[in-house]
Write a protein of this length. Structure first.
Lengths: 159, 154
């Protein structure tokens, strides 16, 4: 994508935003802080659950997606700045639809995240557009583990 | 306290709970790991952004709701996780100094077609701040074991 403003986005455009290995330590740390359910903390409890083994909190897997997206956009901003382009004001997320935790993410799994632009619309405010993405995560075996649609504000270039 | 099963979540029930203080330190700790954008990390830089001041990552607010849910009921519920979330909306900014609570409405409850031991309970969660503003809503289903076929009732 050349340029980072709303007008530079294209429906259907896809991007691979990065990969992340979920270590046992990170899975346990997230679960202790935010989602202390037994199947996120303990091997025996995980084995006895519907998941069949210890697995990451779904909120951990979506939060890592956010991190990779922020890093991906930051690299795009560095590249745009190096080309001498103006940089848009960062927008904020508005919400999520149809978030699906399709398969458990277990210690040692490496998830590769990607995005596809699903919708674009202008708002009443001339400085912002709304871009809708479908984000997905696939594990090292090619299995889908995560999918969600998100909408966020993206700055318009304007005139 | 007694363990909670599918049967303990009647449709129409509304419960409020939680008192989660939101500190700048907690906002920044989450943001450093998962959402390192200027309006989450830096109060000064945040003033010059659309946020108009430091705000929590929306994913952090979702994580704080999860924590309140675990502390209030999931920790003693025969929970088997969730298939996903139908809708998650960030309606108002969450800022340092806020205190959040949760309001849970049970929308529906039904048996799983494929797994008779499991019930599917659909919840609406509203995260409410100290000024009674709804800052986030989350709607989705959870898997909870049925008492009849789950562990023995106490």
């Amino acid at each position: 994508m050349k340029g980072l403003y709303y007008e530079d986005h294209r429906l259907g455009a896809t991007a691979t935003i990065g990969s992340h290995e979920f270590t046992r330590e990170a899975i346990l740390a997230f679960a202790r802080a935010y989602d202390p359910q037994p199947f996120h903390l303990d091997d025996a409890a995980g084995a006895a659950s519907l998941f069949g083994s210890l697995c990451a909190s779904g909120w951990h897997t979506v939060s890592v997606c956010m991190r990779l997206l922020v890093d991906f956009r930051a690299a795009q901003r560095v590249a745009a700045a190096a080309r001498g382009e103006p940089l848009p004001a960062p927008g904020v997320g508005l919400g999520v639809r149809d978030l699906r935790w399709i398969a458990p993410v277990r210690p040692g799994d490496v998830i590769t995240y990607s995005t596809r632009i699903e919708s674009m619309r202008e708002t009443k405010r001339p400085q912002w557009g709304i871009v809708g993405y479908r984000a997905g995560g696939v594990d090292q075996h090619g299995r889908d583990v995560l999918s969600f649609a998100s909408q966020g504000l993206v700055a318009r270039r304007g005139r | 306290m007694d363990k909670l099963y599918f049967e303990d979540f009647p449709p129409g029930e509304i419960v409020e709970y939680g008192d989660m203080p939101v500190t700048a330190e907690a906002i920044e700790e989450f943001a450093r790991e998962f959402d390192p954008q200027p309006f989450h990390l830096d109060a000064e830089a945040a003033r010059r952004t659309i946020a108009g001041g430091q705000i929590a990552s929306g994913w952090h607010t979702a994580a704080m709701l999860m924590r309140m849910n675990c502390d209030e009921f999931l920790g003693r519920t025969a929970s088997q996780g969730a298939p996903g979330v139908e809708a998650l909306d960030w309606l108002k900014p969450v800022r340092p100094g806020d205190r959040l609570r949760a309001r849970r409405t049970t929308l529906s409850a039904r048996a799983s077609r494929s797994r008779p031991a499991v019930g599917v309970v659909e919840f609406l969660f509203e995260v409410v701040n100290q000024s009674s503003q709804i800052v986030m809503t989350q709607k989705g289903a959870a898997f909870i074991l049925r008492r009849a076929t789950g562990e023995a009732a106490p």
